[in-house]
Design a protein around this ligand. Structure first.
Ligand SMILES: CC(C)(COP(=O)(O)OP(=O)(O)OC[C@H]1O[C@@H](n2cnc3c(N)ncnc32)[C@H](O)[C@@H]1OP(=O)(O)O)[C@@H](O)C(=O)NCCC(=O)NCCS
Ligand SMILES: CC(=O)OP(=O)(O)O
Length: 330
């Protein structure tokens, strides 16, 4: 059974409720139909009921069974507004401003549903930049206890099975931290190793990527990746990692053996940690488009409850798959 099929099977075992705030996007309505048909989650759509039903009819999506909630007539809206005022009181958010946010910004409203237990998880981002989804999630859901860095990973599924574990390989961070420092790179490595285990069922082998392998180049940017490896060593993490190394040394056995002969990760990596967001975001999109890989995510790591993002270029199937993944994280 493939990864997504087994995730869907797990999701069906205990049905969770996932909020889809971007009901104005017809891909979301079509994905809601798939999720309901496949019974991988209960679905909450946010917006005006008449508008959503008419949009669904226009695009041929059968959303029967989805719950539709309009923040403007929601019976708990006052409690939601109070909670946002409390959460943002150090930032001086007024009740008037909180009311505006809760009634006009569905991503914030959806995150509040998750925070207050009226839903289990949220998927958004097909119709908004990642930063908008992340701000709502970080401000409302907050980080999990003991976590300093929210980050993200894509589960890349390549067709020919040559790289990673039978074609499965996680890329991080491709969506959140523009210029991670060494501490944050180490945090990203740990969070992604945990996702590899918990979501994909892989024993993580983490390669800390650079344009240098084991000191072959000298540059402050290389030093940063080496320092991140030292931090992982100091933290005595419980997963295999190595670096710094180039992408070919990380994933091609013969090149790993030549460039990093003493490494237990080189040539076998199933988690790639990119040195910054430019390389990570460009890297995942090139593999997705050139290699025809499925890119599941970005799965957001380090939040107190599951909220996952999408690329605006996502397909209907990407959305329904990510809903199933989110349901298994609840
Ligand atoms: C994630 C991101 C939105 C945060 O933006 P920001 O401008 O720092 O957000 P804010 O200043 O509003 O910060 C909100 C809060 O989140 C915290 N925060 C920001 N990034 C964080 C992170 N990675 N981990 C933990 N907390 C974070 C801030 O400290 C702040 O906390 P506070 O409200 O208690 O002061 C920003 O880093 C970003 O835009 N990243 C790139 C997203 C992107 O464009 N991706 C490419 C396409 S996928
Ligand atoms: C993850 C990502 O790159 O999102 P988008 O394509 O929407 O910018």
């Amino acid at each position: 059974m493939g990864l997504i099929e087994s995730i869907k099977e797990n999701a069906r075992k205990e049905l969770k409720t996932i909020v889809l705030p971007e009901s104005e996007d017809e891909r979301v309505l079509k994905a809601a139909q798939i999720v309901l048909e496949e019974k991988t989650a209960n679905v909450i759509l946010i917006g005006n009921e008449d508008t959503i039903k008419s949009d669904a009819a226009s695009c041929g999506a059968n959303i029967e069974g989805a719950t539709i909630i309009d923040p403007k007539s929601f019976d708990k809206i006052d409690a939601y507004i109070d909670e946002l005022v409390e959460l943002r009181k150090k930032k001086g958010l007024s009740r008037e401003e909180a009311t505006e946010i809760m009634t006009t910004e569905p991503r914030f409203f959806g995150c509040m549903m998750v925070r207050l237990g009226d839903a289990d998880g949220l998927v958004a981002g097909s119709n908004s930049p990642t930063a908008d989804v992340l701000r709502a999630a970080i401000q409302v859901i907050k980080t999990a206890p003991g976590i300093n860095t929210v980050s993200s990973t894509f589960i890349m599924e390549t067709a020919d099975g040559k790289f990673g574990d039978n074609g499965l390989i996680l890329f991080a961070d491709c969506a959140v931290n523009p210029e991670p420092n060494a501490e944050q790179l180490a945090d990203i490595a740990s969070a992604t190793a945990a996702t590899a285990k918990s979501v994909v069922g892989l024993e993580p082998k983490v390669a800390m990527l650079s344009f240098s392998t084991m000191g072959s180049a000298k540059h402050p940017l290389v030093d940063k990746v080496q320092y991140a490896c030292e931090i992982l060593e100091d933290r005595e993490v419980d997963f295999a990692y190595d670096g710094e190394m180039q992408a070919d040394a990380a994933i091609v056995e013969a090149i790993g053996a030549k460039k990093a002969p003493n490494s237990s990760v080189a040539g076998k990596a199933n988690v790639l940690v990119f040195p910054d967001l430019q390389s990570g975001n460009i890297g995942y999109k090139l593999v997705q488009r050139f290699a025809g890989a499925a890119a599941h995510g970005p799965i957001v790591q380090g939040l107190n409850k599951p909220v996952n993002d999408l690329s605006r270029g996502c397909s209907v199937e990407d959305i329904s798959n990510l809903v199933a993944i989110t349901a298994t994280q609840c």
